[in-house]
Design a binder for this molecule. Structure first.
Ligand SMILES: Cc1cc2nc3c(=O)[nH]c(=O)nc-3n(C[C@H](O)[C@H](O)[C@H](O)COP(=O)(O)OP(=O)(O)OC[C@H]3O[C@@H](n4cnc5c(N)ncnc54)[C@H](O)[C@@H]3O)c2cc1C
Length: 571
């Protein structure tokens, strides 16, 4: 049986983007709108909570920083694929968000004079990463969650797994979801909806992400005919801890830490003579992989993984203990190394997805009444390479924008009425098709194979041959009969949610690889060995992937260029 629940605005995701949207929607309506936040994990377990290093904003123009500089750094970092009107709006809105969080109680780290502190981050011309020790995501989430719970008109559905979008007559009507605690199935109807389902980094096994960061939201939108944009651009952060891939924040290099090869050389001087270790992430990750490939890396005997040293000694023990507390704890607990005493073994690791659900500058998708925000969306301010500290910032800005837009849209509409048969069909697909399904292939093997292919062939450097092999492998997996569930209990059936996640991984992996194979150039984080140059004549455009009968159908759209003409990037 399908239960029916109704709200004015239904938000999927309780990370920074979802919570910021919920607060704005609740405020915008003067407390009148009824807002739902649906999340497959407990709200505070969303991946946002693990953001470490900082949130970018221009706070001190009197010290030389400027909105234009933040704008230019972001556009240059994006390798000119960002939409410049969106970047301008973003940069302007950010200082207000930092002070808003301050007023809601966020304990930002402070300078000696009591003002909010900022640190250096990769690719920036000024220190503009606003931080709270090295736990910025935790403090931001705690502040937003606390604030959200003060609104009586925000209703949380925690541990509810959204499976599809309900649309009728070209308009958004709601979502279908499984209540994990009972296994019950519901349609959560709304006048407006927002997808804030985060990134999809768990397409890789060596990733900084929480295990819940699978592309369900993206796949849900894609299945509903909403295109995914620029999905071939995946960010590899230079410092994933060996062997787990846990993130060692860029703030380590922002505070003075350096990368060193097996010759004891600070090699970044050969790749980025000005910015050195604080060049943008795509540049540093490629330099590290080149060092490793040319024999100047180290090898971890236990796992066979290659790595580079991240040396903390220039920072000094006192600063490490005061500003990098979490990183020190992670290094000691997960690697048995105190970075005050010895360098950490690190390697590029999957960290962020530049692409996402295609939206306009207001975060609106092509489906009337549905918005997308945060890492799940592609507005696009990140183009082909995001700068560190810009993502938590983007979640705040477009959380606020989409929350306000959705609330405004909902205001004039009447309460949603029960829909036709789409929720029943979705219930059948999940419970008759998967829960009672009789597949012959183990879905966990499918997941491992996807991750292995992505780690191997869709990594920092790519080739047509490798991408072609990966696409073949993904299509072989698609043909297999893996959609079934061994666990027949309804209560907390994580076997069922795992299978749904694997299905979404397969769908989105195919989009990533097809886009990467088609893009015969190197731009930002997409580095093709067989096409090493950026090709503005043919490829200064966004990729759009639509679902087709034989896999993704690719189309392209123009990049908005206002002030900054594409130029060669040097750091
Ligand atoms: C380790 C780490 C450190 C980082 N550090 C920084 C940093 O210092 N600065 C910075 O700017 N950026 C950083 N980032 C990036 C940034 O944290 C993320 O991009 C951002 O927090 C994403 O937030 P979000 O709100 O879009 O989604 P998330 O926080 O990922 O939340 C996604 C939400 O969607 C929900 N959801 C997903 N699928 C479903 C479904 N099917 N049904 C119901 N709910 C669903 C989840 O339950 C969750 O609540 C870091 C990322 C990582 C992984």
């Amino acid at each position: 049986m399908v239960e029916t629940l109704k709200h004015d605005v239904v938000i999927v995701g309780s990370g920074l983007a979802g919570l910021r949207a919920a607060i704005e929607a609740a405020r915008a309506s003067g407390g009148k709108s009824d807002i739902a936040v649906v999340t497959k994990v407990q709200a505070m377990r969303s991946h946002s909570v693990s953001a470490e290093g900082g949130t970018a904003a221009v706070l001190y123009p009197e010290l030389g920083d400027s909105l234009e500089s933040h704008e230019f750094d972001t556009v240059k970092g994006s390798d000119y694929l960002a939409d410049q009107d969106a970047v301008e709006r973003f940069v302007k809105a950010m200082p207000g968000e930092i002070y808003q969080l301050d007023h809601w109680g966020l304990p930002w780290s402070r300078k000696e004079d009591g003002r909010i502190a900022q640190r250096w981050f990769g690719g920036y011309s000024y220190p503009r990463a606003t931080y709270a020790e090295d736990k910025v995501g935790f403090f931001e989430m705690q502040t937003l969650y606390d604030t959200a719970t003060k609104y009586d008109n925000i209703h949380f559905y925690q541990e509810w797994f959204v499976t599809s979008i309900i649309a009728e007559g070209g308009e958004f009507r709601g979502f279908t979801a499984i209540e994990m605690k009972t296994g019950g199935f519901a349609q959560i109807l709304g006048k407006a909806g927002i997808l804030a389902t985060g990134g999809s980094g768990r397409l890789y096994s060596f990733a900084t992400y929480g295990y819940s960061s699978t592309p369900d939201g993206m796949a849900t939108a894609y299945r509903a005919g909403i295109p995914l944009k620029d999905m071939e651009f995946i960010q590899f952060h230079p410092s994933g801890l060996i062997p787990s891939g846990i993130l060692i924040t860029e703030a380590v290099r922002g505070e003075g830490g350096v990368l060193v090869n097996n010759q004891g050389e600070r090699f970044m001087k050969r790749y980025a003579p000005n910015k050195l270790d604080l060049a943008s992430r795509d540049v540093v990750s490629r330099a590290m992989m080149t060092e490793i490939e040319e024999g100047r890396g180290f090898k971890d005997e236990a796992t066979g993984l290659d790595y580079i040293h991240l040396d903390f000694s220039p920072i000094g023990a006192e600063k490490i203990k005061a500003r990098l507390t979490q990183i020190r704890e992670i290094a000691i607990k997960f690697r048995g190394i105190d970075p005050v005493e010895k360098p950490l073994p690190v390697k590029p690791v999957c960290h962020y997805v530049m692409g996402g659900i295609d939206t306009n500058i207001d975060g609106a998708t092509k489906l009337k009444g549905l918005w997308a925000a945060g890492e799940a969306a592609c507005v696009s301010i990140n183009g082909s390479n995001r700068l560190g500290a810009n993502s938590t910032a983007e979640c705040l800005v477009w959380g606020k924008i989409t929350g306000a837009e959705a609330a405004k849209y909902a205001e004039g509409k009447s309460k949603p009425s029960p829909t036709g048969e789409s929720a029943q069909l979705e219930e059948k697909r999940i419970f008759d098709g998967i829960f009672h399904g009789k597949g012959g292939t183990n879905p966990y093997e499918v997941r491992d194979t996807i991750q292995k292919e992505m780690d191997k062939n869709v990594f920092v450097y790519r080739t047509g041959e490798g991408l072609g092999n990966a696409l073949r492998k993904i299509r072989e997996l698609k043909a297999k009969d893996f959609l079934h569930c061994e666990d027949k209990s309804r209560v907390y059936n994580t076997n069922l949610s795992d299978v749904l996640e694997v299905e979404s991984m397969l769908t989105v992996a195919e989009v990533v690889i097809a886009g990467a194979l088609a893009r015969t150039e190197s731009r930002g984080a997409h580095a093709r060995r067989d096409f090493p140059e950026r090709d503005d004549k043919n490829w200064l455009k966004h990729t759009l992937a639509f679902p087709g009968p034989d896999g993704p159908r690719l189309d392209y759209s123009a990049v908005t260029i206002t002030k900054y003409q594409p130029a060669e990037r040097h750091y």
